[in-house]
Write a protein that binds this ligand. Sequence first.
Ligand code: NAP
Length: 249
Amino acid sequence: MNNTKVALVTGANKGIGFQIAQDLTTRGFTVLVGSRRLGSGQEAAQRIGARAHALQLDVTDPRSIAAAAERIRGDFQRLDVLVNNAGIAYAGPPGASFEEKIAAGRPSTASMDHMRAIFETNVFGVIATIQAMLPLLRQAPVGRIVNVSSTVGSLTLQSDPSHPVRAIIDTLYSPSKTALNAVTVAFAKELQGTNITVNAVCPGFTATDLNNFRGHRSVEEGAREAVRLALLEGGPTGTFSNDDGIVPW
Ligand code: NAP
């Protein structure tokens, strides 16, 4: 087996995923920069440095996922960490303002097509990617799966009148992260007692394209909890956390 640990970060060509990829290379990992457009992944990998390699990966495309797993097995022979970071918050035409993105999620008027597209990426894409990468992760000395979720997916916080996420009235993105949390718990239970841990993290409200750079946290801050769990060997499984600690489901 190749001696250098290998991590795959999906949606790593920009935003929080790029930062997670960069941070993992500085911790000695070979990092596969998952990107649905290979060119963007190649540019990102070049910016990160020699330990980063672009990997074409569209999490909504089964052939792309299968080809990515094949390439990892052939070219890198191992996978220790999978960070499911790729995600979308809006499925309408490009160029929408932050306010338009928020309005699109209104439960009484939200588009079912948008909801399907968001779930396709944020939920089904994660399940399909984990399934394809599991045979490799099972061979790792210590396998780690980190799902990048959000506190807006916490039903406990959404129901708490005193919590700021209560103000977000959204039936597209937030429920997709609630479902992702459920998926995290299901995989953690199935893989309990194996070499693989499965956890969900929230980066906090981070300035990226996803929110038209309205977030108040830097990508360095946003990447921190995912990187912590990606590095943790013998850590917990089936948890949901952010920089402040455990987040309620
Ligand atoms: P971002 O800058 O928009 O980055 C999203 C990444 O996901 C991009 O690389 C994008 O690729 C990729 N992606 C989208 N659909 C994909 C697909 N089908 N296959 C593969 N890659 C795909 O957003 P971000 O803020 O860094 O988001 C990263 C993660 O953090 C997401 O899961 C998001 O839900 C979560 N999150 C973000 C915040 C926040 O405040 N920013 C808060 C909580 C959670 P393209 O460049 O090709 O579009």
